[in-house]
Design a protein around this ligand. Structure first.
Ligand SMILES: [Zn+2]
Length: 309
């Protein structure tokens, strides 16, 4: 069976595997993401080499490589213009990997890759247009239109986390201020907890710990409740705005903020239903993301056009 080598370059770990046309994921390799570029490249290359050494019986060696990664990727797909959590800004990654592994290589934004995977095999199969929103460390988005990811004029469309929620508001990791991500992104939540809720129970704040503190009667609970109330307001506003703008057939919601705070999902759905016209919300499907990163691997494999033209 034909295969593609697919990868998910994440902010904390990278995952590589062989993907088959029947959506099988084989020979999986994980490596931690490090911030030093030579070290990062070396561990990625070693992981890819290990995948190539483990082609299972019945599978052909891969014919292409597709990598999903955070950041904006120009239309030429050769590099990552800006990679917030990877040491790869402007690095000619496809040229580098093609030189080493002799496989035509394609990069795709990870939000778009996830959305493509959810559309092909995940929890929103065939729903078009499909909107996927991932509340993780930052806010990722993928929009599928006519069966493929929508990229806009310069392949930079969709960064809804960096639209303005509060003019002159909190600083955003992107360097500007008042963006949605600085109110309902995971990093913003944990940074605010560190500022306002005292010392974290286990050294570093997580969204789950903020939720537990908000439910307790303890020092810092009132601050935790305020942080969550503001995050809920921001997240619900963001999804409502996106639904009004795009009129999706389905909305997939995922990411670490929702894993640590599952009640947020229903509150977002209630707010969308209350604040949009029936044509927008009557038949829209709200689905959970698959979780893990198989959806990213499927989407990254799809981006190569080698398995599913
Ligand atoms: Zn921003």
């Amino acid at each position: 069976m034909k295969t593609v080598l697919a990868g998910d370059l994440g902010g904390t770990k990278c995952r590589f595997a062989l993907v088959t046309a029947d959506f099988g994921v084989h020979a999986v390799q994980h490596v931690p993401t490090v911030r030093n570029q030579p070290e990062f490249l070396r561990s990625m290359e070693q992981a890819i080499a290990r995948v190539l050494a483990q082609v299972p019986a019945g599978c052909e060696p891969p014919v292409a490589m597709g990598l999903g990664t955070a950041g904006v990727i120009p239309h030429d797909g050769g590099s990552i213009d800006y990679a917030p959590n990877l040491p790869l800004d402007k690095f000619p990654l496809t040229q580098h990997l093609e030189g080493l592994f002799h496989l035509p290589t394609t990069l795709i934004n990870d939000g778009r890759a996830s959305a493509w995977g959810e559309y092909m095999r995940g929890n929103a199969v065939g729903r078009d247009p499909l909107l996927c929103l991932f509340f993780g460390t930052g806010i990722g988005i993928g929009l599928i239109v006519d069966g493929k990811p929508y990229g806009g004029f310069a392949n930079a469309a969709g960064e809804i986390g960096h639209t303005t929620y509060r003019p002159n508001g909190r600083p955003c990791p992107c360097g500007r201020v008042g963006h949605f991500e600085s109110y309902c992104g995971g990093r913003a939540l944990t940074e605010r907890a560190a500022e306002q809720c005292g010392v974290a129970p286990k050294g570093e704040w997580t969204v789950g710990q903020i939720v537990s503190l908000a439910a307790a009667d303890a020092t810092g609970s009132a601050a935790a409740r305020t942080i969550l109330a503001e995050a809920e307001e921001a997240a619900a506003t963001l999804v409502t705005n996106a639904c009004i703008l795009l009129n999706p057939s389905a909305v997939v919601l995922g990411g670490g903020v929702l894993s640590g705070w599952p009640a947020l999902r229903n509150r977002i759905v209630e707010r969308v239903r209350a604040n949009t016209a029936p044509l927008i919300h009557d038949k829209v499907l709200f689905a959970e993301s698959l979780g893990g990163s198989d959806a990213i691997l499927w989407g990254a494999a799809a981006a190569t056009r080698a398995l599913w033209p």
